[in-house]
Write a protein that binds this ligand. Structure first.
Ligand code: IVH
Length: 671
């Protein structure tokens, strides 16, 4: 009997060790590699199980158990920063009963009917922002709660984070960096097109973006940040959580605006029900609600555990998952030729809409899922919008399932497909592939590119099928087929004229948008702007060397090689020549008007030879700051900026009493 117990204990110890190691592995992936190997719910269950085992067998527990410490360790990439106040986590639950227990405990410990604030639990990356005299000086990730990473440079690229506050005060405020759902969708589409792995959810995408070493990528991804926690609120004379939210909003911080006062547990229950239904309408992902005691006077009395405060709890929503069958797997050809496998599903209703298809991303993913046609699978919506196959339910197999064949030919043009080394994607390399052309055109006319309204996907499909468009440049010849267009279904005279007008107007689109529309691999909106701003004209880009491309701040090896190789391809040079003939704007015109009191609305002219800047750059700087650059000296001129060997212009300006600035004075005044 004793022997049996001993063996049982050994088994339990092994089970405990295995569980601990698994959780440590999941932590490492989640916090350091921005990847979730299991769902949040599965993770929480494992952690609860570990906690229970530590209660049942206290001897098993070591000092650094995952139940005691937060999972993340700061990585080597960024400077480490010690948090002055630890960044804690929240205890969480999926059950209303636990919430009731929380409420009872609070009531018991305080002896009062305390007020709660219910707010949204954002699913992103927690961040601590430190301001000195009202200026943002540091942004630090949570890391392990006591040491985080200095990600100030990347965080400074987030538009909604104020760099300067409305008051010159010192403060630390915490919140969540999130990737809006629309951006998440856009980025994943782009990544799929480029044959890169897609982000599983907006949280991983936000965390991965903030850990990028290249901050132009951060700018391109339009991250957002919502604040929910003022550190050391007593310093600012606020005595409740609601007051501190009001205080930070007034300083210029963005909050979710959802802070609902609840006096009773029944109020909480109603709110939870409401948000579980309505969270899908938000612009960002929420994975639950946070319930916090409102009055700070209770915080010390209620206290903390090693990981989380006892005055707050998170209620997490269960991700809705449904089982359905994979009826078939089809293959979709993208703009760059990447071929994506797609699961055709038995229609199933999840989180309010019918799901019929789910991207399987690539063949590696099919292998990871062990998927066959006919399999029953578990489906959920990533970020409540994008259907994805979570896992295959092998127990439901009946033997009739069929293997998914690796395709060898492009499903559209039947040419051989290839898998490039180091890439997960398979590609169709045929330049004349019709599907590829359709996707290319859809991209070319999309909002961030030429922005041609009236050329939606359905119309593009039709025009390509009817051979009205055989290449991207054919869009500009559609005007020769006005009659044919009008005879098409649903294309009245007005819509045809509007479309043709929009096409004509798109020739004047900014050069950076045109450059982006070429769809060069890794060239997003920000990179496109950096490149065109540096070179100014398409010819200079075509003639640029790899070194010069690399010399642009924000352009790395991958981007430089991609641009360089694109213009080494004669097909692409021919394409650019066609665009030139069509009359598309291929020159950069600065459009960044930044208000600068010294420059805005003043008239300038530069003359002579400059040492720090080229004369062209002086002009650009003035225009960028809202100033006017004149071509000759007159009494209207506010300032003449003079370099070395200034001649007749300086003489004339002196005669007319125009103020003179040296290059250094101008640079100093410009600030
Ligand atoms: S308060 C000491 N409020 O959830 C309490 N956290 O699981 C600090 N989170 O690390 C957190 N929305 O990254 C708080 N409204 C919210 C939140 C929130 C999301 C995150 C935060 C925290 C994690 C805990």
């Amino acid at each position: 009997m004793l022997l049996f117990d001993f063996e049982n204990l050994e088994d339990k110890k092994k089970e405990y060790e295995k569980l601990r190691q698994d959780i440590e592995k999941y932590n490492h992936y989640y916090y350091n590699l921005d990847e979730s190997l299991i769902t949040d719910q599965e993770y929480d269950m494992l952690l609860k199980k570990l906690e229970q085992m530590e209660k049942d067998f206290p001897d098993f527990k070591l000092d650094n158990s995952p139940t005691e410490i937060l999972g993340g360790k700061s990585s080597e990439k960024f400077k480490k920063v010690k948090h002055k106040n630890p960044m804690l986590s929240l205890s969480n639950t999926y059950s209303m009963n636990d919430l009731r227990a929380f409420d009872l405990r609070i009531k018991k410990d305080t002896g009062e009917n305390v007020e709660y604030i219910l707010e949204l639990k954002l699913d992103g990356l927690s961040i601590s922002l430190i301001y000195e005299k009202g200026k943002l000086v540091k942004a630090v990730t949570r890391g392990d709660g006591s040491i985080g990473e200095d990600v100030t440079e990347n965080v400074s690229q987030i538009f909604s984070i104020p760099k300067v506050l409305k008051k010159e005060i010192d403060l630390e405020v915490r919140g969540e960096i999130v990737l809006p759902l629309k951006e998440f969708e856009r980025i994943n589409l782009e990544r799929e097109e480029n044959g890169e792995t897609v982000f599983a959810n907006p949280r991983n995408a936000a965390a991965g973006t903030i850990r990028q070493l290249d901050n132009t990528i951060v700018k391109d991804r339009n991250l957002d940040c919502y604040l929910y926690n003022l550190v050391n609120p007593e310093k600012y004379g606020v005595s409740t959580h609601l007051e501190s939210i009001d205080f930070i909003e007034k300083l210029g911080f963005k909050t979710t605006k959802v802070f609902t006062k609840c006096n009773f547990i029944d109020d909480l229950e109603k709110e939870i029900e409401f948000w579980d239904k309505n969270r899908k309408n938000l612009e960002y992902e929420t994975d639950g609600l946070v319930i916090k005691v409102n009055e700070y006077k209770w915080y010390n009395i209620l206290g903390f555990t090693s990981k989380s405060p006892k005055w707050a709890i998170a209620y997490k929503f269960k991700a809705e998952q449904k089982e359905t069958k994979v009826l078939d797997v089809s293959f979709q050809v993208g703009r760059t030729g990447v071929i994506t496998p797609v699961a055709e599903l038995e229609p199933v209703n999840i989180s309010g809409s019918v799901v019929r298809r789910a991207s399987l991303h690539n063949m590696d993913e099919i292998e990871r899922l062990g998927l066959k046609i006919g399999d029953t699978v578990l489906i959920e919506k990533a970020a409540e919008i994008i259907p994805q196959v979570v896992k295959t339910i092998f127990e439901k197999r009946d033997g009739s399932e069929k293997n998914i064949e690796y395709i060898k030919k492009c499903p559209s043009c039947n040419s051989d497909v290839i898998k490039e080394e180091g890439q997960v994607a398979i590609k169709c390399k045929n330049l004349n592939c019709q599907e590829k052309l359709k996707r290319k055109i859809e991209y070319f006319v999309s909002r961030d590119a030429l922005n041609i309204q009236g050329l939606g996907n359905k119309i593009v499909e039709k025009f390509v099928d009817l051979k009205l468009i055989k290449s991207v440049t054919d869009i500009f010849s559609l005007k020769d087929y006005r009659e044919e267009l009008m005879s098409l279904d649903k294309m009245g005279q007005k819509s045809v004229d509007n479309l043709l007008n929009n096409i004509e107007n798109s020739k004047n689109i900014s050069f950076e948008k045109f450059f982006y529309s070429l769809g060069i691999e890794f060239v997003g909106k920000t990179t496109s702007k950096l490149v065109v701003k540096h070179f100014k004209t398409i010819d200079k880009i075509i003639d640029s060397s790899h070194e010069e491309l690399m010399s642009i701040e924000g352009v790395g090896e991958k981007v430089a090689s991609s641009i360089y190789n694109y213009f080494k391809d004669t097909e692409n040079i021919l394409l650019i020549n066609e665009f030139k003939n069509i009359g598309i704007n291929l020159e950069y015109i600065s459009d960044e008007i930044v208000n600068n009191d010294f420059i805005t609305n003043k008239k300038f002219l530069a003359t002579g030879k400059f040492t720090n800047l080229k004369r062209e750059e002086v002009k650009e700087l003035i225009e960028k700051n809202g100033g006017i650059y004149l071509s000759s000296v007159s009494k209207n001129l506010d300032y003449l900026i003079v370099g070395e060997k200034a001649g007749s212009k300086l003489e004339k300006a002196n005669k007319l009493g125009v103020k003179i600035l040296t290059e250094e004075e101008f640079l100093k005044l410009k600030g």
